[in-house]
Design a protein around this ligand. Sequence first.
Ligand SMILES: [Ca+2]
Length: 382
Amino acid sequence: MRMALTLTAVMTATSMLTAQAAQALDPKQTNAAAAPKTAVKVETIAKGLDHPWGLQFLPDGRLLVTERAGRMRIVAKDGKLSEPVAGIPKVVAQGQGGLLDVRLAPDFETSGIIYLSFTEPREGGKSSTSVATGKLVIEGASARLIDAKVVFRQALAVATGFHFGSRIVPNKDGSLYVTTGDRGSMRDEAQNPASHIGKVLRILPDGSPSPANPRLPGWAPEVWSMGHRNIQGATLTPDGALWTVEHGARGGDELNRPEKGKNYGWPIITYGRDYSGAKIGEGQSKAGLEQPIYYWDPSIAVSGLAYYTGGLFPSWNGNFIVGGLAGAHLSRLVVENGKVVAEEKLLTGRGERIRDVRQGPDGAVWLLVDDNDGKILRLSPG
Ligand SMILES: [Ca+2]
C-alpha cells in the first residue's frame, strides 16, 4: 500500500512537471504594462554610414562601427568617420548579409585583438556566418587590421541572403558566444543539434569548441543551445548569464535566456505565424522545449540588446534595452524575478530602424540607425 502510494505520488509529480514544462507563457509576458515615460535627449553623433550593423567602444572613447557592405570605420569623439579600416575579410553583402558584428577581446588594450562576424563567400554561390579575428593597429585617425584570419565557419553553407544571426558576446573566460540564424530556408536545421544553423554557439578565440559546451549525444561540439530562428541581439548580465533577442515570424519575436543544452523550440513551438498567416509547427508549448521570457506581438523585428547598468538613467538600471527595426523604436523592459513587468516604447514616431544598442562608458545609450544614410545616436536624460 505504502509503495503504491509512493509510486502514485511519483507519477503525479512527474506528470505535473511535464504539464508545467508544456505550459504556454503567462499571458502577461507580451504587451506588458506601460513603464513610466522617460524624457530623453537624442543627439546625432555621426551620419552618412551605409547600413551600420555593429557598434563597439574603444578604450579611448572612440567607436568602431561596421557597415554591412564590408567596411569598418573609427568614429572620432566629434563624429568624424575615418577611412575604411584596411584588411577586413571579404564579405558577401547581399540581403541581410555582409560585415556584421564587431567586439574587442577582453585583453584588447594589450593585444589589439578584435572579433568580427560576417557573411563569408563559400563554394557554389553559398555563404555562411563566419567569425574572424585580427589585430587592430590604430595610427592616429585611421587603422588597419593585420593577421586577420577566419577562425570559425558555420557548417552547412547555404545560398540565401537571410537570417545570419551574428552577434558575438565575449565571456570573462575568453570564450565567445556566437549566434546564428536559420537562413530562412533551413528552419528544420534549427532542430538538428549536429548543425550550426539556428543555434547559440560557444567557441574559443581560435574557433575550437568551448569546454563549457554541453556536448550532448548528437550535438556539434560548438553548440550551446538550439532551436533559435535568428538571434540579432545578445548580451551578458552581471551574473554572467547570456540573454538574447530573436526574430520570430509575425508576432513571435522573443527575449530568451539561453541555457546550456536546452532547446528553445523553433520551428516546433512559436508565438509567431507565417507571413502568409499560416500556423507554424505544433503550437505555443511542448514538453521539453523552453518558453521565451517575453515575446512581442506585434513583432518589432528585434536587433541589438543591452543590459543597462550605466547610472545616467538611474531608473533604467537593471533594464534591458532592445532595438526594433521594422518596429522603428526602442523597447525598454523592466524585469523582476525573471519576468517582464513593464515596457516603455522610446523614440516612436521617428521612423528609424534601430540596429544596435550599446551602453557607453558615459552611461548614455548609444544606437545605430539602419539606413543607407545610417546614423549613430546618443540618448541621455532630457
Ligand atoms: Ca523560442
